[in-house]
Design a protein around this ligand. Structure first.
Ligand code: HEC
Ligand code: HEC
Ligand code: HEC
Ligand code: HEC
Ligand code: HEC
Ligand code: HEC
Length: 474
């Protein structure tokens, strides 16, 4: 009996090892490239050799070699925290760069940062993305080198260990079997002889273990892909109107909350109604990029006649033909020649633009032109999750950009954060709440005392209960 349970435990160990290896994605330069492009390339040069807003990153691990590796990770997640802790390298580079502050990235995991560093180093020394030389000794040598690098760096390494452990388990099982046989012989018990390898493999215990393994592995992959099914990081659909955040929030510096005025006071940030657009576009009627085309969509949706500066009466009852007349003549106005005639280009543009406007504003769901603009929603948490903007923006004083990225540089918005549970939790673990000056937290007397005594520097969201399931789940 003891042998059998030993065998089961051994196989279990092998299984656990395999699971723990496969459960974690490996850091890779490829993953690093995507992360770099999304988060870092706006300030750090892609060649890793010259400065931009931020310094050239090539060789950065060497510059931080005098400090524990975790310091560099801490820098990337939150450079200002490291600077204010008095860290020598952090202060050196901060002062060198005219005290420009780097964006914090609290949501990057260790693997993410390892991937970034792999990509940065690889690009700097030219080993990443270098074309493999064709025929000849040099090429073969390089390929061989890459091959071994691959085995020890990638998943293959773990598969080899796994294979080795399986063989080891089988050998040990056989040894145990022999020992069992010998003790039985010695004790004079009647026995059927040592079991063959096949008999071991097909014994009840072994089959049980194999079935168990298949269920666990299968379950793991099914659940994993089911969970990420609805995640849409990087989602960037085309919108019915070419509305650019880069123009509005970037170039013209319109405050995010001028349009998304829900963020400060309510759960939802709210997409602005067409009336908000009209506050400006009643006057700004011709754009420098698309001419009248995109702006006319706003007017067609709300029923504003830009040539007369009035709202059209009973607009929702007009036929498509009547609406077309209003807006094609408005578009045509832009192409009238000095002699009062429409030029040829204008005629073509008129029809073309009208078709475009109609196409954008009508959809399968709502086949008419009049009515609210149907913006396509990007962010969408599942129904069982509770998220509140004002809690984060107003009470937590978190910048929109920390969760939505640099929207003011996006011509077309995209979903920047994964919106996974891990993402929320990670930030709650690492972010400190604005504690001392917020009356909301008067009830946490113990923390206040500790801060006063100097035994505590801050309170994270986790410490006020930000990891409790019912806070985020209905
Ligand atoms: C908003 C611009 C900006 C973005 C985005 C940005 N950085 Fe930086 N980074 C800087 C600046 C500026 C510095 C110089 C130090 C300072 O002034 O804070 C810096 C410094 C660094 C340093 C220290 C370099 C050294 O030689 O010690 C590292 C490492 C670094 N950044 C990594 C990253 C990574 C990785 C990302 C993407 C995840 C990133 N940065 C995104 C602006 C940025
Ligand atoms: C002039 C008005 C205006 C301003 C200013 C503005 N936005 Fe928007 N925002 C919109 C409109 C309209 C949409 C919907 C169309 C789209 O997705 O492009 C939108 C969409 C978004 C979305 C995607 C919402 C979704 O569907 O999930 C985010 C995130 C966002 N804005 C963040 C910001 C941030 C951050 C700022 C400030 C840097 C900002 N916005 C400034 C009008 C504005
Ligand atoms: C606070 C003022 C303001 C608000 C509010 C505003 N815009 Fe604009 N918008 C501008 C300015 C300024 C421009 C740049 C005009 C130019 O191109 O010369 C612009 C440009 C545009 C353009 C590009 C026009 C072109 O051809 O270059 C579009 C499309 C547009 N806005 C749509 C919208 C929509 C949709 C809304 C409502 C969600 C909106 N705007 C709200 C000020 C505003
Ligand atoms: C702590 C992270 C966080 C911060 C800070 C944040 N958002 Fe959001 N935002 C989210 C999440 C999560 C969603 C998805 C909400 C959902 O699906 O219920 C979202 C959704 C949105 C939407 C889509 C409409 C909605 O409310 O569901 C807009 C627009 C938006 N955010 C704009 C902003 C603006 C503007 C700011 C800054 C004033 C901001 N957000 C700050 C996390 C954040
Ligand atoms: C960028 C960091 C950040 C991210 C990402 C983030 N949060 Fe938060 N969250 C905070 C901070 C800071 C507070 C504390 C605000 C305050 O002072 O009350 C908070 C508070 C909360 C609270 C109230 C907790 C309490 O104890 O009162 C809930 C609920 C919450 N967050 C849900 C979410 C959900 C759901 C997500 C993911 C969709 C999320 N948060 C993502 C930073 C974040
Ligand atoms: C800070 C907010 C937050 C807290 C705290 C939190 N969750 Fe979640 N949880 C989320 C978000 C956001 C999702 C949606 C993830 C997605 O759509 O991928 C989620 C999804 C889930 C799911 C569905 C499976 C999945 O990953 O999509 C389960 C089950 C779950 N949470 C259980 C829990 C339990 C149990 C706890 C307490 C130990 C907890 N959650 C605490 C934010 C939170």
């Amino acid at each position: 009996m003891i042998y059998k349970s030993l065998l089961i435990r051994l196989s279990y160990l092998v299984l656990c090892l395999f699971l723990s290896f496969s459960a974690f994605a490996q850091p890779s330069a490829d993953a690093g490239k995507t992360l770099f492009r999304n988060y870092c390339a706006s300030c750090h040069n892609r060649d890793m050799k010259s400065d931009m807003t931020g310094p050239a990153l090539g060789g950065v691990t060497e510059r931080w070699a005098d400090y524990p590796e975790s310091d560099l990770y801490a820098w990337i997640r939150n450079s200002s925290a490291l600077i204010s802790s008095g860290h020598p390298r952090a202060n050196e580079i901060f002062n060198q760069f005219n005290k420009v502050q780097m964006t914090p990235f609290p949501n990057l995991t260790d693997d993410d940062i390892a991937s970034l560093l792999l990509y940065i180093q690889g690009t700097f020394d030219g080993t990443y993305g270098a074309p493999v030389a064709g025929a000849g000794a040099a090429g073969a040598g390089q390929q061989a080198a890459e091959g071994t690098g691959g085995i020890f760096a990638g998943k293959a390494f773990y598969y080899i260990i796994f294979g080795f452990l399986v063989i080891l388990a089988l050998v040990l099982a056989r040894v145990l079997n022999r020992l069992k046989y010998l003790t039985e012989l010695q004790a004079g018990v009647e026995t059927t002889g040592p079991r063959s390898l096949w008999a071991t493999l097909t014994s009840k215990g072994m089959i049980g273990i194999i079935i168990f393994a298949v269920i666990v592995l299968g379950g793991y992959f099914t659940v994993n892909s089911a969970i990420s099914l609805n995640r849409m990081q990087e989602y960037q659909p085309d919108q019915p109107i070419k509305f650019s955040h880069a123009t509005h929030a970037g170039l013209h510096k319109i405050d995010c909350q001028y349009c998304h005025d829900g963020a400060r006071r309510s759960k939802s940030s709210i997409i602005p109604a067409t009336n908000t657009c009209m506050n400006c576009h009643k006057a700004i009627k011709v754009g420098s990029t698309y001419g009248t085309a995109e702006l006319t969509k706003i007017y067609a949706s709300i029923g504003f006649d830009p040539s007369k500066d009035t709202y059209i009466e009973n607009y929702d009852q007009l036929s498509e033909e009547d609406i077309k007349k209003v807006y094609t003549s408005w578009i045509a106005n832009q192409y009238v020649l000095d002699n009062g005639k429409l030029d040829r280009k204008g005629e073509l543009m008129m029809e073309e633009q009208w078709d475009g406007i109609k196409e954008s504003l009508t959809s399968d769901i709502k086949p008419q032109i009049q009515g609210p603009i149907e913006w396509i929603r990007l962010h969408n948490l599942p129904d069982h999750v509770y998220f509140n903007h004002s809690q984060h923006v107003n009470v937590g004083e978190i910048a929109c950009q920390q969760c939505h990225g640099k929207v003011e540089e996006m011509k077309v918005v995209k979903q920047y954060a994964p919106l996974s549970m891990g993402w929320c939790i990670n930030c709650h673990r690492e972010t400190e709440v604005k504690f001392s000056d917020n009356p909301y937290y008067m009830s946490y007397a113990k923390y206040h005392e500790e801060i006063k005594e100097g035994t505590r520097s801050g309170v994270t969201v986790e410490e006020i209960g930000g990891l409790e399931c019912q806070k985020c789940h209905y």
